[in-house]
Design a protein around this ligand. Structure first.
Ligand SMILES: [Zn+2]
Length: 225
């Protein structure tokens, strides 16, 4: 192992000068091309836009230090990528099916205080992630939530029930999620998997909605405002 080869090899002052110039030009090019995407920030990037930005970054990287790569090639490739990007965003604005394909559709995760089964089964996000999102937005149990929507950019939107509409629901905080061993009469229990709320006669009853059999003591507390 030769440290000189690893760190310096055949780099001379002349080439270091070329590197500085290459970096300066590529840096400017990235900024200009990112401006051409028309995006104002990175807060709401879809998967598709992240892919474009990764592609631009990767195109820009090599010509910064590879003396065999003329910058015009990077310029042409970036121009083509940006043109394709502008064309696809135009098509997504014009044609709804195209948009659904590229950006994904919003998914209903919670409806009427219960998990929507067909979507949680698809595994777009885990139960724990949904629960975390709902906790962060101030929900204590599913009975407070009328609608929970997973937006196509990955954000989670919640519509709450008004205080008088709050019903019994599945607790969202781990310390409240203790699987019951025995049942009390006239007490509501929530299915840990789907949020279905029922009166139980035995602790190992099968949930009629999702066919699992883990039950938690349901809550009907109101939100702190
Ligand atoms: Zn269930």
């Amino acid at each position: 192992m030769d440290l000189w080869t690893i760190f310096i090899h055949d780099t001379d002052w002349n080439f270091i000068g070329e590197l500085l110039l290459r970096c300066l030009i590529m840096y400017t090019m990235i900024i200009v091309f990112l401006r051409l995407t028309g995006k104002r920030g990175v807060r709401q990037l879809s998967i598709f836009e992240v892919a474009i930005i990764l592609a631009l970054g990767s195109i820009a990287g090599d010509p910064m230090f590879d003396e065999t790569l003329p910058l015009i090639q990077a310029f042409i490739v970036m121009s083509v990528i940006i043109l394709l990007y502008r064309l696809t965003t135009y098509l997504t604005m014009k044609y709804q099916p195209f948009e659904d394909l590229l950006e994904g559709k919003p998914l209903y995760i919670v409806e009427d205080g219960m998990m929507v089964l067909r979507h949680i089964a698809q595994g777009k996000m885990s139960h724990d992630e949904f629960f975390a999102e709902m906790r962060q937005q101030g929900a204590e149990h599913l009975g407070q939530i009328r609608t929970g929507l997973l937006e196509s950019d990955g954000k989670f939107s919640i519509l709450f029930y008004s205080p008088e509409e709050v019903r019994y629901g599945l607790p969202l905080f781990p310390k409240d999620q203790k699987i019951i061993k025995e049942v009390e009469p006239h007490t509501y229990y929530a299915c840990l998997h789907c949020g279905n709320v029922v009166l139980l006669s035995t602790p190992d009853e099968i949930c009629q909605r999702c066919y699992s059999c883990k039950w938690i003591l349901a809550l009907n507390t109101q939100r702190q405002t």
